[in-house]
Structure formats: C-alpha cells, structure tokens
Write a new protein. Structure first.
Length: 236
C-alpha cells in the first residue's frame, strides 16, 4: 500500500493516516484510514474511494465525548464515536443511489475569552469569541488557551459539508449538518442554503466567514460561485 497523507488535528488527541488500497484492475482504489489517539492506534476503516480520504474525516467533541464525521462509503456521511481504545460507528446516512458524495467537512470551533472596558474600579467585563478560521493556523488558535483571559474552547453544534450529487461534480456544493442530536444518534443534513455552488479555487473553510458569529448571534458570511453570460448579463 502507498501512504497518501498524514494529518494531525491540532488541539485534539488525534492523528489520521491514509493509504491507498489497490482493487482489481479497472476499479478505483480504496483507502485505509488509521486513527491514532495520543499516539495509540484505536481503529481503522476502509473508504471505498481513495480520493478525499483525509478530507472526509473530522473529529469533534460534545461534552467529554469525542466523535468524528467520516465517509467510509463515498455516498454517505456518518458519525464515528472515538473511544479511548476503539472506534464505533455511531449514526448517520446509509448508502443510496443519487446520494450526496462528501469531499470535505468543516466543524467550526471557538475560543471564549473575557475582556473589559472602563477605568479601574468601574471596569465592565464582556465575552469575546474568536473562531478557529479567524486565525492563520491551528497552532495560533491553540496558543490562545494559555492566555490569562481565556475561558474555554468549544466546537459549534453544527458543521458544513461540501461535495456533489453523482453526475454534478464540476464544482462542489454546500450543505449544512446539525450535530446537536449526535449523542442521541441523530444526524441531520440539509440544503439550508439551497443550491450553493462553491468557488473552484477555495477550500470549504475559506468559503465560511464567522467573524461576526457568537452563540446568540448566528450570522455567518458564505462565499459562492455564480455564472454570468457576458453578452446578456444573465445568470447561467
């Protein structure tokens, strides 16, 4: 087998590796994805399509439990529970003709800090939220955890997914995932934004601006691609 990628999810205990698994002549390769927690191999799975193997695994935390969005079958999104010593398929979609094929996940994460304003003796404190895509790197996001004003870090209870329905793969489309029900084995994926086509030269995270988002202010800015006829000015 040929190693494809190794990815460390900074700020989590997880590292993932992916290797090509050849199939019979004329068939596309599969991929073996290995999951390491604190340096210990806790599980592996086979994705039946080698492309996007690393991009279709994304760990997140709810309370004290770790989970991951993943795509073992290229037409499905499922959730895996990440135990200390093993992995467990938890909930999600089942393979079906005409399903949405994921190629990348993004689960926003934020740091909460305390800031203040006013003169000494009359200072008022307020919460400050910084999203992980506000930073130039995952390392700089984690570095804030050592600052005295830092309070906590949390994953949002929603995620973004891009991919396509089979046959519509000239560009990636955006979908929305509700994660709040995951502990109860509920995963909801919707076209909340309609048919939203992403720019071809940007990854999923680059298309999502959450600089104005706070837990009680659920506004985000999304980038999309549109096609115009230069002669008529009409959208294609």
């Amino acid at each position: 087998m040929e190693k494809l990628h190794t990815k460390k999810f900074v700020g989590t205990p997880f590292i993932v590796t992916a290797e090509n698994v050849p199939n019979e002549p004329g068939a596309w390769d599969s991929a073996k994805i290995s999951i390491w927690r604190d340096g210990t191999l806790i599980g592996e799975y086979i994705r039946n399509y080698a492309s996007y193997a690393i991009m279709t695994f994304y760990p997140f935390q709810i309370g004290n439990e770790w989970y991951a969005l993943y795509s073992a079958n290229y037409t499905t999104t499922r959730v895996m529970k990440l135990h200390e010593d093993r992995i467990e398929d938890w909930c999600g979609e089942h393979p079906a003709m005409g399903s949405f094929c994921p190629v990348e996940y993004y689960i926003p994460r934020y740091n909460k800090s305390i800031d203040s304003y006013g003169a000494d003796g009359e200072k008022k404190e307020f919460d400050v939220y910084q999203m992980d895509n506000d930073y130039t790197s995952a390392e700089s996001f984690v570095a804030d955890w050592d600052k005295p004003e830092f309070v906590e870090t949390q994953f949002c209870n929603f995620a973004f997914l891009c991919g396509c329905v089979w046959g519509d793969d000239s560009s990636w489309k955006l979908r929305y995932i509700e994660l709040a029900g995951v502990p109860n084995k509920e995963l909801l994926i919707t076209e909340k934004f309609g048919y939203w086509e992403l720019p071809t030269q940007m990854n999923l995270r680059q298309c999502i601006n959450m600089s104005s988002w706070e837990p009680d202010h659920n506004w985000v800015e999304l980038t999309r691609m549109e096609h115009f006829n230069l002669r008529t000015g009409e959208r294609c």
